[in-house]
Write a protein that binds this ligand. Structure first.
Ligand code: GAL
Length: 836
């Protein structure tokens, strides 16, 4: 009898555990991801944990939450975790578990893109370099050694997540995972073995039994039960490969990355919002912003020629500050989407045309919820539309959202969020420098010799960006050029990112590659003398490729031929003679970056500090600036190299590489692509380099720079990033959430007056009103101008309500500004206030 009771109790416990497990689960249907039995519209944002510091994570995630996100998406960066085969690292910026737990504590979910191929403009797409040297390996295809390594790492991560109880089914925040990344185009290229690999990948991932769905992005044949998802600037046209899978968008690119030598792309907030609303109105239910915070490619983590900044024009800027109005505009959008959620998840939309280029998309639920989206696809003209017997004005390339099918509370092209002007201002005392010359001459020792030219990655295994190729050339005293003065021409064919040519230790020229073309050719007259001449070629790889069908097999370095043309004998081929090699720089071997060298390292100071000298190391110390504003280095007077703070690399600098491209005006309206809206033309692609606050101690921080090309260290300054001013630019009839209240007051379709909200950063106050005009002002934040209609008292209300306060709001109605300055004309308010 007793035993029966015990058995019965045990059964109850087991059943209730099973019940808990099975209810706390994630599944999906044709409409949406289903969380604990409820379909959800999920808003997600990418934050890659190693692109910021653990000290920054809580604030970034809090801002993501305040911005209306439900999910944080990240790749897992294999080469950061398994630096040597079987030796794992999960600390500091690579503390994945800590990152996920911070997301969990904030009450958000996680989408874990294990990959383990990431792409992501990350060195080698996330693959460890040792993987390339596994015998018989071929990446991302039906290849035993690759599949073994991929399975081992994926299993390692999944087991780690399980052990920490981080999957949703275990009560954790991870609600979905990704295997591979954009493999569809590869499969197309590689054919049959790739298809076998896809099926293996799917089986392998599903077999890991995570209890949450797996996603494959940009892979139209994703095998069941894996969901295929879309990546792009727009994904409304996309349909999943089976009608029982939801329509998901894993990468909505909020901007684009910057490469050294490239312009800095940006994407208007109005168009990002438009793309999201377009996706939702066509039945989409999961959107991820790639990136929500882009951050920084610290150290040597950037992919080929990718800049150190991975700002991406994301809603949170590289430094973790709000990018306004993008962050605010999307926050408003998310709030409105959430109001529509009950209708959105109920069923498929009914779409009806409202004009040639206009349509309505309506979602109805059985319980009576109704949400409507009114679209104007026309990029040039606004349109008037009649919907449910009511009249609506639709700005060009915009979507109005009506969470009750009556009142417009948001239009993607009308931004009521504040915009902000950020400033970088010098801070602290001028830096006092010492320099150390890392000449090519000091390479006689620790070199090895080979016949002919060696491939660079095979030789360096990516422990350094640098490989020296050195050879001797004998010039007979009878050579004709010695008397004619017409120097022979040295031709060097190289592959990679930069090549510096030294003749007898003098820099004779430099050539660069670009993201589009990594084949570089040096061809220049060189000053040789009678006797033995030293030719030293310094080949630089600025990150390994992260994309392309055969990125793992990319060859770099001086691949040849190397010839001398214009000698008595005509052309002399140097390709197959003896070459001496040295991996890395002298200063790297001396660890100059961490301690500034040993006691025998002779640093020059005062007037002897080198300027405009290639291959120079610089060092200085500085105290941490007061306060908690983000800090950066202005490197505009420098050329190319790498920067360390207290021994840790903040990344590569290359301000000498100027952005080439066409920067012009940029309208939010019309299809966006990464070439449409560009900045920095003719200037350095990147001049500011983020120093994480947490890497600084209060006093005596060691800053070391290696300068490859030559630069002026005295131009380097420590900068702090601050909010200088904030603006509001609001139409007097701009739709806001307040319009929903009209429902209750019975005044349907009589818009409410919007409010201008102005907010400085914590610790700052509004110091003065730089501009205020209610009427027909023009210009944009930072350069507003008065129009022909202007209320004389436009500024008074701000003087009264805002000065000395951290934040204030003012209703945008004529009465607030001393009366209507031009009745019958639609007016707007433009205001800029200074924060200090
Ligand atoms: C996608 C890729 C991402 C990233 C992005 C461009 O195709 O999946 O990892 O590389 O492009 O920023």
């Amino acid at each position: 009898m007793g035993l029966k009771i015990v058995m019965w109790n045990l059964l109850v416990v087991i059943l209730s555990l099973w019940f808990c497990f099975s209810t706390a689960s994630v599944s999906y249907d044709h409409k949406a991801i289903v969380l604990n039995g409820t379909r959800r519209i999920l808003i997600s944002g990418s934050i890659h944990y190693p692109r910021s510091t653990p000290e920054m994570w809580p604030d970034l995630i809090a801002k993501a939450k305040a911005g209306g996100l439900d999910v944080i998406q990240t790749y897992v960066f294999w080469n950061g975790h398994e630096r040597e085969p079987g030796k794992f690292y999960f600390e500091g910026r690579y503390d994945l578990v800590k990152f996920i737990k911070i997301v969990q504590q904030a009450g958000l979910y996680v989408h874990l893109r294990i990959g383990p191929y990431a792409c992501a403009e990350w060195n080698f797409g996330g693959f460890p370099v040792w993987l390339k040297f596994v015998p018989g390996i071929s990446f991302r295809t039906d290849n035993g050694p690759f599949k073994d390594a991929m399975q081992n790492f994926t299993t390692k991560i999944v087991n780690m997540m399980k052990a920490e109880r981080l999957y949703e089914a275990q009560g954790g925040p991870i609600i979905m995972s990704q295997i591979e990344n954009e493999y569809g185009p590869m499969e197309y290229e590689l054919g049959a073995p790739a298809r076998t690999y896809t099926n293996w990948t799917a089986r392998m991932a599903v077999g890991l039994d995570t209890g949450v769905p797996w996603i494959m992005c940009k892979q139209d044949d994703a095998p069941d039960p894996i969901i295929n998802a879309c990546n792009g600037f727009y994904c409304d046209y996309f349909s999943p490969n089976k009608d029982y899978k939801p329509k998901m968008w894993t990468e909505n690119w909020t901007g684009w990355f910057t490469s050294f030598g490239g312009t800095v792309p940006y994407r208007p907030a109005e168009d990002v919002a438009f793309s999201v609303a377009r996706f939702i109105l066509k039945g989409g239910s999961f959107i991820n912003y790639y990136m929500y915070h882009g951050g920084t490619n610290f150290g040597r983590t950037a992919g080929s020629l990718i800049a150190t900044s991975y700002d991406y024009d994301a809603p949170l800027d590289e430094f973790g500050l709000l990018r306004q109005p993008k962050w605010g505009h999307l926050t408003h959008l998310h709030r409105v989407i959430k109001l529509c959620e009950p209708a959105l998840v109920s069923g498929d939309p009914v779409r009806t045309p409202l004009g040639n280029n206009q349509e309505a998309s309506v979602f109805n639920s059985t319980s009576g919820a109704c949400a409507a989206f009114l679209v104007n696809y026309d990029k040039n003209s606004s349109a008037k539309a009649v919907f449910n017997s009511m009249h609506y004005d639709l700005p060009p390339w915009s979507i109005s959202i009506l969470p009750d099918c009556k009142n417009v509370v948001f239009n993607t092209a009308m931004v009521s969020a504040q915009s902000a002007q950020m400033n970088m201002t010098p801070v602290g005392r001028p830096l006092v420098w010492q320099s150390y010359n890392d000449e090519a001459t000091s390479y006689e020792d620790k070199t090895f010799t080979a016949v002919g030219l060696l491939e660079q990655i095979n030789t360096t295994r990516d422990v350094s960006d640098y490989l020296w190729y050195m050879t001797d050339v004998n010039i007979d005293s009878n050579e004709g050029f010695l008397s004619s003065g017409e120097f022979p021409v040295l031709k060097v064919a190289s592959s990679g990112h930069a090549l510096h040519v030294f003749i007898n230790n003098q820099l004779s020229g430099t050539v660069y590659g670009s993201l589009e073309n990594t084949k570089i050719n040096f061809s220049n007259g060189v000053n040789l003398r009678a006797g033995v001449n030293k030719i030293s070629l310094l080949s630089t790889v600025v990150g390994l490729p992260n994309i392309g069908p055969h990125f793992g097999a990319w060859n770099a370095g001086v691949l040849g031929p190397v010839t001398l043309d214009g000698l008595n004998e005509g052309i002399r081929d140097l390709t197959l003679q003896n070459w001496s090699y040295k991996v890395g720089l002298n200063g790297e071997a001396l660890s100059l970056h961490s301690q500034g060298g040993n006691s025998t390292t002779e640093w020059a100071g005062g007037s002897l500090v080198a300027q405009d000298q290639p291959l120079t190391w610089y060092k200085t110390t500085f105290d941490a600036p007061d306060g908690d504003q983000p800090i950066a280095l202005d490197m505009n007077t420098m050329g190319k190299g790498q920067i360390w703070i207290n021994g840790r690399s903040i990344g590569r600098h290359w301000p000498a590489h100027k952005a080439s491209g066409t920067c012009g005006g940029c309208s939010y309206a019309g299809w966006y692509d990464e070439k449409k809206c560009l900045s920095n033309c003719g200037e350095a692609s990147q001049k500011w380099y983020h120093i994480p606050r947490s890497w600084l101690k209060p006093r005596g921080n060691l800053l070391v720079i290696f300068e490859e090309l030559g630069g002026i260290p005295f131009g380097i300054s420590l900068m702090q990033r601050k909010l200088a001013s904030v603006c509001a630019d609001i139409n007097e009839w701009q739709p806001t959430l307040m319009n929903l209240q009209m429902q209750h007051s019975g005044k349907v379709n009589q818009p409410f007056r919007p409010k201008a909200h102005l907010r400085c950063m914590p610790g700052q106050n509004i110091a003065s009103i730089k501009f205020a005009s209610f009427g027909t002002p023009g210009g944009t934040c930072g350069s507003f101008v008065q129009g022909s209609c202007h209320a004389q008292k436009s500024g008074d209300v701000f003087e009264r309500n805002c000065i000395g306060k951290n934040a204030c709001s003012v209703i945008v109605a004529p009465g607030m500004f001393g009366g209507d300055p031009c009745p019958k004309i639609t007016k707007k308010l433009s205001v800029e206030v200074i924060c200090s």
